[in-house]
Structures are given as C-alpha cells and as structure tokens.
Design a protein around this ligand. Structure first.
Ligand code: GDP
Ligand code: IMO
Ligand code: MG
Length: 432
C-alpha cells in the first residue's frame, strides 16, 4: 500500500480536482501542499458542481480528514468565503474534518494589491505574467524573505504588531517606489484580528497529525495544484507560479518525509491548455483551438479567462514524467477529442533547425521551438461517459497506447467526462 501524490503534468487544469475526488474514496487524509486560491478545481458529483480553490478536494466526502499544509499560501478571507459557499452546498467544513498547519504563511490584502499593481504596470510594457491576481507571488516572496505573517501569529497578539511592522517596512517602501499609497499598521492589524477567530479553531500541528496517521497505516492523498510547466524551477520561467508544483514538494509542503510520498500520479489532459501568458509550442490559435475550447469548456474556474488550447505535447509530458517521478498518469478529457477526423501529437521540437526531444530552459529558446507532429486517425464512436475499457472505440485505445509509449508512463486512470464516476480504473495507485 502506498500514499499517492497527484500532480498536474502540463500547465494546470488537467482535471486534478476530479481525480482527487474520485481517489479520495480510497484515502483517509487529503492534503494540499503548495499554491493557494489561484487553483480552481471543479468536481461534479451526480450533476452537482463544486468549485474549490483553497480547500482540499477531499472535503466534499464525509469522514475524510482534509489538511492545508504549510507549503500553501493561505488567504483567510478566501477561506472564509469558500467555506461559506461549500457549507451552503451541504458540505461539512469544521475543525474536526479540516486542519490548517500553524506554520502556513498568510496572503493579505497588500499581497493581492501588489500582484495587481505589478500586472497593471507590466501590461503597459507587454511583460505581464497573466497571474490570477490573488497575491500568490508576493506572499511567497515574503515567506522566503522571512517577513511573512503566519497562521500561528494570529494567536500571539504580543508579537503580531512587530511582525506587521516588519512586513510594512518592506511593503510601504515598495509601494512608495511604485507610486501607490502606503498601508497603515492599524489597517493590517484590523484585517488580521477580524479573521483570527474564524481561523484559529482549525490551526494544528500538521506534521504531527501526519506522522501519527502514517504510523497508524492511514492512506494519505497529496493534492497538487497548478502543473509541472508552471513550477517555479521546472516550468516556463518567468511565466510560472511562485511555488514548486512537482511531486517532491509534497514532502516539505506538508511536513512528512520523502519516502511517505509513495505513488506519483500525473494528471494529464488528452490535449493541452494554458491560461495566462508564456510559450505554448502546440497552441492552435485557429478552428482546432476553438473546437477544443468550446467542447472542453476551457474557461478558467478562478478568473473566468478563456484557456488557450492546442494539441497534446508529448515532449512536455515526458519531461514532467521525469522531473516528478511519475509512476502512472490519469488521462483526462479524452471525450473532448471525439469527432475529430485527425489528431496531432507533438513528438519533438525543431530549435533553430535542429531536432530536439526536450523543452529548452531559456525563455528565448522556449519561444522559438517549433513542434514536430505525428498525425493520428480520429475515431467515429464516442468515448464520453465510458466506464469500461471495452466501451472505447479501437482508434481511441490506439491513441491512449501511443501516448503511453511517447511519454514513457502507463495510464492508471482514464477520465471520460466531468462526472465523478465516469472514470476507468486500470491500476489502483494506492495498491501499486
Ligand atoms: P484542475 O485545476 O486540474 O482540477 O482542473 P479544472 O477543474 O480547473 O479543469 C478541468 C475541467 O474539466 C473541469 O471543469 C472538470 O469538470 C472537467 N473535466 C475533468 N475531467 C474531464 C473529462 O474527462 N472530460 C470532460 N469533458 N471534462 C472533464
Ligand atoms: P489549477 O490548480 C492553470 C497560472 C496563471 C498564470 C501563472 C501565475 O486549477 O490547475 P499566479 O496567480 O499563480 O501567480 O499566476 O500561473 N496559474 C494557473 N493556471 N491552473 C492553475 O491552477 C493555475 N494557477 C496559476 O494563469 O499564468
Ligand atoms: Mg483548475
């Protein structure tokens, strides 16, 4: 029996939420270990839609322990709003079933504002990242800069003013430099004090809970957000998010040893999408992209932005298999390809006339690579809603097998619609 970490193998929105929800039936604990409410995970259970950003996707199932690990950047206001929305949908969100690590860094209004100031300024110079404007980058900067306010600080009103002073010395210097008004000490103190009572009941020593659970033989499911190509080190820098999104991050981001991570499941869309700016070699800014976007409902959960769409890029996913140590993939949205006469798959790139089989690290080279495609036949029947391998058209099976070969990892799960149960199990990651 293994624990399982779920990671995105592309640019996010691969369907991690759906797969984590499906897998969480087999898990005891579901843990978020990086990112924040920049994530948008959509679950569909018997036609009912749940949209999660900050809370682990395991929260919708009764009897599971959900954990927000220290690797997350935590916006208390977003937490209160999301909890209220879920409660209104009948989901239990209580300190019994949800724990927030005491050493988690907070996202405050000044982080959100700074994110926005920078993106607005960069829009004028054509250098914006296209962030979700949730304050993710600025909050991680403060964490690494050792001036973050953390969840536990809400409980210590003696030291909180000193922490806020330290934070504001930095932020007000930045704000003055960028031509924006300063923030007052009182405003930030008020912001923190106003949420403390709603957050503190959930605060706990998560490393200890996980250690106890591990020793008791509980199954732990680590839920990654974003995707490998958005990883701060391994992604298309600087068009990335500000955390490590790869599987290894589950260990420091939750407070558990690396040998507890277990099986690495890469969630992989049967084509490719990206939201925000940055290179995208197989992007189809044409009728193919329109087809995929319309059929796949490719609009961002968090910002509502239209996702850019393109063909499956085996080069990127093969690289994701390597940097995450992916043991198997969950292939999602195969049904979106139903009805296409031909399907292209990128198998390599041409960079300045030379054939390469990896994504180069430099921004300039990433922008210059040209995809080399193989063309496969589409299929006539439908895969939508298929719940057994035998229900798949032969040509669809051929597509799946070919992807496995190109990326060097097997399909463990296949998803054929947004619905929880429209999922085909090939290998149980918890049993592998
Ligand atoms: P995440 O960020 O990785 O959790 O993915 P999102 O939830 O942002 O985006 C994936 C979208 O595709 C959601 O709207 C899901 O409901 C939907 N989805 C997931 N799996 C499938 C699938 O196999 N087929 C189809 N058609 N939609 C899917
Ligand atoms: P899920 O978990 C897709 C993208 C943003 C932007 C870049 C940086 O739903 O897969 P940030 O606000 O993090 O500083 O933005 O990262 N991005 C995502 N794209 N899915 C996500 O999460 C994303 N989270 C951030 O669009 O390009
Ligand atoms: Mg998403």
């Amino acid at each position: 029996m293994a624990n399982v970490v779920v990671v995105g193998s592309q640019w996010g929105d691969e369907g991690k939420g759906k797969i984590v929800d499906w897998l969480s039936e087999r898990a005891d604990v579901v843990v978020r270990f990086q990112g924040g409410h920049n994530a948008g995970h959509t679950l569909v259970v018997d036609g009912k839609v749940y949209k999660l950003s900050l809370l682990p996707s395991g929260i919708v199932r009764q009897g599971k322990l959900s954990i927000i690990g220290n690797g997350v950047v935590f916006d208390p206001h977003a937490f209160v709003a999301e909890s209220a929305k879920l409660k209104a949908q009948g989901v239990t969100v209580s300190p019994e079933c949800l724990k927030i690590a005491e050493n988690t860094a907070l996202i405050l209004s000044l982080h959100r504002e700074l994110d926005g100031f920078r993106e607005d300024a960069a829009s004028n110079s054509g250098t914006k990242i296209g962030t979700t404007r949730r304050g993710i980058g600025p909050a991680y900067e403060d964490k690494v800069g050792r001036r973050a306010v953390r969840v536990m600080d809400l409980a210590d009103l003696d030291t909180l003013p000193l922490k806020v002073d330290r934070l504001l010395t930095h932020h007000n210097a930045l704000r003055r430099g960028l031509g924006h008004p300063e923030v007052s000490h009182e405003a930030i103190m008020q912001e923190l004090i106003s949420v403390a009572d709603e957050i503190l009941p959930y605060m706990d020593r998560v490393w200890k809970i996980l250690d106890d659970k591990r020793r008791a033989g509980a199954r732990i499911l680590f839920e990654g957000a974003q995707g490998t190509l958005l990883d701060i080190d391994h992604g298309t820098y600087p068009f990335v998010t500000s955390s490590n999104t790869v599987a290894g991050q589950a260990s420091p981001g939750a407070g558990i040893g690396p040998d507890s991570i277990g099986y690495v499941l890469g969630i992989t869309k049967a084509y490719t999408t990206r939201v925000g700016e940055g290179p995208f070699p197989t992007e189809q800014d044409n009728e193919v992209g329109e087809f995929l976007g319309t059929k796949g409902h490719e609009f961002g959960t968090v910002t509502g932005r239209k996702r850019r769409c393109g063909w499956f890029d085996a080069v990127l996913v093969r690289q994701a298999v390597a940097v995450n140590g992916i043991n198997g993939i969950a292939l999602t949205k195969l049904d979106v390809l139903d009805g296409l006469d031909e399907i292209k798959v990128c198998t390599g790139y041409r960079l300045d006339g030379v054939l390469i089989d990896y994504l180069p690290a430099s921004q300039g080279a990433q922008a210059r690579v040209e995809p080399v495609y193989e063309t496969l036949e589409g299929w006539k029947g439908t895969t939508k809603g298929a719940r057994s391998w035998n229900d798949l058209p032969a040509q669809a099976v051929k597509y799946v097998r070919h992807i496995e070969e190109l990326i060097g990892a097997p399909v463990a799960l296949l998803s054929t619609s947004p619905e929880r149960d429209d999922t085909i199990l090939v290998t149980d990651p918890f049993q592998d």
